[in-house]
Design a protein around this ligand. Structure first.
Ligand SMILES: [Zn+2]
Length: 429
């Protein structure tokens, strides 16, 4: 629902597509580009690199874009960023104090560029990958990968231009709205999960960003509130959704003709704190009974300090799971009842480990401030793994899935916590 509305917000922009119909001069330019790109050797090269990615994709060859996160030097509340008035919407506070930071807000369909802590540019996102599909636009920490001014995707049939393409993650790009090689715009619904910008924004964004620039792609709670029957698991107005439910993470390269097989999917909701907030408490979302307390390093399977609580909600037994806690409240006992809104622990960064998952560019080896978040799950069994046992291939090892599933998590006993707990605020668009 939420993301359907976001997509529909962008619809008026369709009217602008007509202006890209080719003039005679443009037609000549396009056809000469097309000829250049479809020379047999070039086509072969592209086929080799692209393998058998599916027709779903308007992406192109993926480029491995992994820069170990530990190389980053980041800090909060330092330097010039500290003097920004966080209450001033014209000077929003960046989520990281980096010299160059790109924030992609998928809720508001905005891209913000911060330079030394100050907002310098914003760009409107015309469309994004549909929420709930396996190729929904990825959320998380990334870095700008490749940049290609004139990019053709041969995976679409017929091929399309996705010019001014800036690599976000694997085969997800930010680029100009797509058009066929004769200049005709593609249908607005045509998407493989990339972010599309209007022509001038795409050009300006392309010229602005540099390979290696830090990216944060996220959802926010703007326009949403917790449903009355629940308590929020955190002070959510001061948290952002660092990783959405069903978020795609590339785990293997099979060379399969079904690209979806190469991605695993996030089974929970990752809630990360804004840098300036004080309240890192984690709260029980509904009356219930404590099912499990798992300590970091004691069979936590990468989830760190974790608590699982059983609830009876609308005659359905559902379990909420709170992972990566810095600490679990010390007087909690398995089997005892717990009330809605009771504190269960503190948001932290315990757990992780490459044996269980890889989290985009956010290295799984190290634990740092960037890792501080609540991993929150809603599921049908009080277990750490997927309720419908499934196996994921992580770093070439077949392991039970923890926190991720091979495809849509709703098929493995998970519920979407965002859709379950939150609703639109009255009056919001
Ligand atoms: Zn998570």
């Amino acid at each position: 629902m939420k993301h359907f509305l976001i997509s529909s917000k962008a619809l008026p922009a369709q009217a602008g597509r007509k202006k890209v119909l080719p003039s005679e001069a443009r037609r000549v330019l396009i056809s000469s580009k097309a000829r250049k790109k479809v020379l047999p050797s070039r086509a072969r090269q592209v086929l080799i690199f692209c393998g058998f990615l599916t027709i779903f994709s308007i992406g192109s060859c993926f480029v491995i874009n992994k820069i170990p996160y530990k190389e980053l030097n980041f800090s909060f509340h330092q330097g010039e960023a500290a003097i920004i008035n966080i209450k001033d919407k014209n000077n929003p506070y960046p989520k990281l104090n980096m010299p160059r930071l790109i924030e992609i807000n998928l809720t508001d369909n905005k891209i913000s560029f911060f330079n030394n802590g100050f907002l310098e540019n914003t760009f409107n996102i015309l469309s994004q990958g549909p929420y709930g599909k396996w190729y929904e636009t990825p959320t998380g920490y990334y870095k700008v990968g490749s940049k290609e001014k004139s990019k053709i995707s041969y995976l679409a049939d017929p091929p399309v231009y996705m010019n001014y393409a800036v690599q976000l993650y694997e085969d997800f790009y930010i680029h100009e709205k797509t058009k066929y090689l004769d200049g005709t715009p593609t249908a607005f619904t045509f998407t493989g999960g990339c972010l599309r910008l209007d022509s001038s924004d795409a050009l300006n964004f392309f010229n602005l960003v540099k390979t290696g620039d830090q990216i944060i792609s996220y959802d926010s709670f703007s326009g949403y509130k917790i449903k009355d029957q629940f308590a929020p698991p955190v002070d959510y107005k001061n948290f952002w959704i660092r990783q959405r439910f069903n978020n795609p993470i590339r785990s293997v390269r099979l060379g399969s003709d079904d690209r979806s097989q190469e991605y695993i999917h996030h089974a929970g909701l990752d809630l990360a704190p804004e840098p300036f907030i004080q309240d890192l408490n984690v709260y029980n979302i509904y009356d219930g009974k404590i099912s499990a307390i798992v300590k970091n390093g004691e069979g936590d399977h990468g989830l760190g300090n974790t608590i699982i609580i059983e609830h009876l909600i609308n005659n359905q037994t559902i379990y909420s799971l709170y992972g990566h806690l810095k600490e679990i409240k010390s007087d909690l006992v398995v089997g005892e009842e717990i009330k809605k809104g009771d504190m269960v622990g503190i948001v932290g960064a315990t757990g992780y480990g490459c044996d269980y998952w890889r989290v985009g560019e956010d290295g799984c080896e190290s634990e740092g401030s960037l890792d501080t978040h609540l991993h929150f799950e809603f599921k049908t069994k009080p277990v750490l793994h997927s309720p419908v046992l499934s196996q994921c291939k992580i770093n070439n090892k077949i392991v039970n899935c923890y926190g991720y599933t091979p495809s849509d998590p709703t098929q493995y006993g998970y519920l979407d916590p965002f859709l379950f707990l939150f609703e639109k605020e009255v009056g919001s668009i």
